[in-house]
Design a protein around this ligand. Structure first.
Ligand code: F3S
Length: 538
């Protein structure tokens, strides 16, 4: 029995209506979000339901989210819950690897998503967006979700896999990727290797992709000039014992990175247009912000994309209302205490960002699209673990900075060229729960109309303007090491204070730096994708 667990610990209450064999599957399957909201309204922040023979415990609200995201891996096991991914990522890769290998593999991905390569990525994304809309003309209609899916697979594969896949193997890669995606079939959750055509195609695609990866590794080894994509970083990286990743592992890690970001970003990118088109005043504010920043031809760079406050709040609000993952699941390996309850080993525990994001006591009028809820003055997400679109704790999505960069770069280009309107009635655009990653339902038609030439307004340096007088001599730097994932943006912003080694381990060089470093430290806190840094002025 643990310190928090007492003899009075209760088991969570169960949802009524479970049928023999299938449990609550019918109602859950019809609309998982509505079912989980119902569970919260009936049972509160913890409750149990059953999917076939699996007992599932749903935790909602900031405290439930925190218990879930802060639990160590040997207590809440991710691997068990994601067995469906093993045939796609490969045996021995990430969720199928022993914990010490999985940790090293995930760490190997960190440099890929760090500040330095991001500068290259922003240029690639801008180039891909310009290319994607070059034949759009003055006006027209487009299925925006399909467009965003296509665009984000080009941007991600170009940034991560490099030129060979983007240009030489583009068509074959699209087919292989499609077959792998289809392999995330509901049946595969229960029978991952069932000999049905869709899963056979998945396995063939995995084999072929690995062949292509192996060929490229061999070709690149003969070249003098090195590529600067994620693929090359994985070729060059080493395990702690000095061994290199095998082509099988490189293939799996690359697929994993693409999968993690593709549909989630495509869905969010689509919802941004839909919500802005439904809320014209917000659209005007966003256009004004971009116009001031870039005008018609201003260069869209990594630096200029860092701070776009109105649009960042729009993204955050879109992710509050439409988080792509409506639930995250782990298997309980050791009993998990939560308040007066205990969640027994062997059950599954899940959280739902979507349900947690619509709790009216935290986000008043939760159904209303209101980006200003995230302003400095209102900060409705101030309670830790209340906004969890990217997860939280040590498992916070390490691709969140890349996702934000993509969204900002896409819209910096799209909105300087076009205005968007909905083709169908506004309320007809709804999330589709049939997909594992929730996205707007199809068709998702929008109309685009070319904008005239935009004059870039002269803007004052916002950082200078917002600088506040401060007469103290020192400030304090606090780091939540549980949240740090080694992104190293902090070191890029304030190398005098933060040092991150090749393994992603952070050292704070000065805990109470001189005020001359305050602006740099604040930038480090702002650009840390996991929110691990707090700056305290006495
Ligand atoms: Fe860690 Fe954030 Fe720095 S994740 S290394 S504190 S940028």
């Amino acid at each position: 029995m643990t310190a928090q667990q007492t003899s009075t610990s209760k088991e969570p209450q169960k949802m009524p209506g479970a049928l023999p064999l299938i449990g609550n599957m019918l109602k859950f399957g019809k609309n998982p979000y509505e079912y989980m909201s119902l569970l919260r309204s009936k049972l509160g922040e913890i409750g149990e339901f059953r999917l076939f023979h699996q007992q599932m415990i749903l935790l909602t609200g900031p405290e439930g989210n925190e218990a879930f995201f802060r639990a160590p891996d040997d207590q809440l096991d991710q691997n068990e819950a994601y067995k469906v991914m093993t045939p796609i990522f490969g045996k021995g890769v990430v969720f199928d690897a022993p914990p010490h290998i999985k940790d090293q593999q995930l760490k190997m991905l960190m440099p890929v998503l760090r500040d330095k390569p991001m500068r290259t990525y922003s240029q690639i994304i801008v180039q891909e967006v310009e290319e994607a809309i070059k034949d759009w003309g003055d006006k027209g209609e487009v299925d925006l979700l399909e467009f965003m899916k296509q665009l984000t697979i080009y941007t991600s594969s170009h940034c991560l896999l490099g030129d060979e896949f983007r240009y030489e193997l583009n068509e074959e890669f699209s087919h292989l990727y499609h077959d792998l995606e289809n392999g995330m079939h509901p049946l595969a959750f229960i029978f991952p290797y069932l000999p049905i055509p869709i899963l056979r195609r998945r396995d063939k695609a995995r084999v072929r992709l690995q062949e292509l990866v192996t060929e490229i590794i061999e070709k690149r080894a003969k070249k003098e000039e090195k590529s600067d994509d994620a693929f090359q970083m994985l070729i060059d990286t080493r395990y702690e014992d000095g061994s290199a990743l095998s082509p099988h592992e490189i293939t799996g890690l690359l697929i994993g990175t693409l999968f993690a970001g593709h549909h989630t970003t495509a869905g969010t990118a689509t919802w941004i247009t839909l919500e802005l088109a439904r809320n014209p005043k917000e659209m005007e504010r966003v256009l004004a912000e971009f116009d001031e920043l870039y005008g018609h031809e201003g260069e869209v760079t990594f630096q200029s994309l860092r701070e776009i406050p109105i649009f960042e709040r729009v993204i955050k609000e879109v992710l509050r209302l439409h988080p792509p993952l409506i639930m995250l699941i782990r298997k309980v390996a050791k009993d998990l205490p939560f308040k007066d309850y205990v969640i027994k080993a062997g059950k599954y525990v899940c959280v739902s960002p979507r349900v947690s994001h619509r709790i009216p006591e935290i986000f008043p009028n939760p159904e209303v699209f209101d980006p200003d809820r995230f302003t400095e003055e209102r900060q409705e997400d101030a309670i830790p673990f209340s906004w969890v679109a990217f997860g939280g704790g040590r498992h916070k999505c390490s691709g969140n900075a890349f996702a934000m960069l993509q969204l900002k770069a896409i819209y910096a280009i799209l909105l300087r060229r076009y205005k968007f309107e909905l083709v169908d009635p506004p309320e007809s655009y709804q999330d589709d729960y049939k997909q594992m990653v929730v996205q707007p339902g199809s068709p998702c038609r929008v109309r685009y109309i070319k904008r005239g030439t935009i004059q870039q307004a002269a803007s004052a340096d916002k950082n200078e303007a917002s600088e506040t007088a401060n007469d103290q001599t020192h400030f304090k730097v606090e780091v939540d090491y549980d949240l740090c994932q080694g992104h190293a943006n902090c070191m890029a912003e304030a190398p005098e204070i933060f040092q991150v080694d090749d393994k992603g381990t952070l050292t704070v060089l000065q805990e109470t730096p001189d005020n001359a470093l305050l602006k740099k430290a604040q930038a480090a806190a702002r650009y840390c994708p996991t929110g691990a840094i707090k700056i305290k002025q006495k």
